[in-house]
Ligand binder design. Sequence first.
Ligand code: PHE
Length: 365
Amino acid sequence: MTIDAQALGDELLARVDAAGDLKALDEVRVEALGKKGRITAEMKTLGSLDPEARKAAGQALNAVKDRVAEAIEARKGTLELAEMNAKLAGDRVDVSLPPRPGQMGRLHPISQTLDEIVAIFGEMGFSVAEGPDIDDDFHNFTALNMPPEHPARQMHDTFYMADENGDVDMSTVLRTHTSTVQIRTMEKQKPPIKIIAPGRTYRSDSDMTHTPMFHQVEALVVDKKTHFGHLKGCLQDFCSAYFEVEDVPLRFRPSYFPFTEPSAEVDIGCNRKDGGLTIGHKGDDGDGWLEILGSGMVNPKVLTMSGVDPEEYQGFAFGMGIERIAMLKYGIPDLRTFFDADLRWLKHYGFVPLEAASLVRGLTP
Ligand code: PHE
């Protein structure tokens, strides 16, 4: 008996093509390639052939086996894709359906606060800039006037990335502040510059008032005649709009940042009477100050390192902690609860979505 390998191959390939789903395809696989399958059965007949014919027939059968196995793999890919597409089509959700009453999700206070910040600065003519969470030593430190060995680097409790061997890679960091975006913006954009950069920041620090990941918003304004008065006016307008309190008391305290000169930390006036906390001074009793941000005039060295001529331009910058001002405005007592992902907390402190924050309509829904 001679084996018609060609005919067997054609037949099996036709069966593979005809398999309409993964189950049918698997049945074809067992029948063709399985231990009791057609090809195996033909292999067993080889022993009765003379050596010459056995070699030729064996090779032909092996070629059929490979072709069939290949076709099954290819058909499997097609059927899996079709199955997934069918499943996805069946899973479609209609996002325009109204939410079930009482089941509507809530915006996290951080999202709400970010929306409010963007709305206020947007109205003042700022655009939103972005930078990567994982950045290099140059943008996080060196270009901000913190060369290697600068003592201010130690204040940052930096998370360093690992290289491919798992060793600490000192040249790549999780950004410790959004000031990286000052540099990235000046590198690609000529003044006048007027941006805010909200985003996540990271420091290896965890206690009552610190979480390893937190949020900041950076602001940078660079133009020919930018001065400290602009910084002060900008912050005054922002704080009044954000806290919805007219003439919020602000206090500028001399401070030090390597990337600004002069530098100031800014406190907001608040009243801690009767164990509560309200923004703005109301009487002399129990008045206090709370620090909300760091700021200053951009150090000329930073301008130079970012490709901006300090003889022609000057700028101001500030960086503000978002959790801090969210806690102040919404009376959230504990920082760590922001990241507990507790639904009851979110229901209590979260915001009804779908009503975007705007200065005209009101910041809070
Ligand atoms: N980057 C500073 C910090 O994280 C804040 C800051 C930003 C200070 C811009 C001055 C200017 O503490």
